[in-house]
Design a protein around this ligand. Structure first.
Ligand code: GDP
Ligand code: MG
Length: 171
């Protein structure tokens, strides 16, 4: 018989980097150019097969990035097994914000939490300001999984969540 793992996953990152869009792509395989911004947090689930014998069910908390909701974040990451910290490759400030979230998670969340850094909007390559190598070097140094993603084109979205599932399973 196969094994079922259940993981609580939280998404964090500046407003408008594409957290909700990544979840929508992963859960429903859809994309929306005019998404309403998240209020508080949204809860969704998605189940994937890692291999013939292993199924992972993600319970996903998609948080709002706005400053006024910041004090709620610990409620969502406290019991999380995994976190996706998202920045936008066209906004330098969003990487700084992502680094601050990683620091907070590494201090306050479960010490075994698996953290992935996602550089989203990789389809907007003409507007890129954060180089892949720079983000990869930071991710390596901080011990994070790293993917450049596009919720719009679906690039690396399944790869991101599959990798998190595999790495969380090993913890
Ligand atoms: P959130 O505030 O982090 O949840 O961001 P949203 O998911 O609400 O997305 C903010 C805006 O960025 C919306 O207009 C999305 O359509 C757009 N967006 C999200 N992901 C992508 C992407 O991968 N590529 C492009 N071009 N736009 C994106
Ligand atoms: Mg959102």
């Amino acid at each position: 018989a196969g094994k079922l793992f259940q993981f609580k996953l939280v998404l964090l990152g500046e407003s408008a980097v594409g957290k909700s869009s990544l979840v929508l792509r992963f859960v429903k395989d859809q994309f929306d150019d005019y998404r309403e911004s998240t209020i508080g947090a949204a809860f969704l689930t998605q189940t994937i097969c890692l291999d013939d014998a292993t199924t992972v069910k993600f319970e996903i908390w998609d948080t709002a990035g706005q400053e006024r909701y910041k004090s709620l974040a610990p409620m969502y990451y406290r019991n999380a097994n995994c976190a996706v910290v998202v920045y936008d490759i066209t906004q330098v400030s969003s990487l700084d914000k992502a680094k601050a979230w990683v620091k907070e998670l590494q201090r306050q969340a479960d010490p075994n939490i698996v953290i992935a850094l996602a550089g989203n909007k990789s389809d907007l390559s003409a507007r890129r300001v954060v180089e892949t190598e720079e983000a990869q070097a930071y991710a390596d140094e901080a011990g994070l999984l790293f993917f450049e993603t596009s919720a719009k084109t679906a690039t690396n979205v399944n790869e991101l969540f599959t990798s998190i599932g595999k790495n969380s399973k090993l913890e």
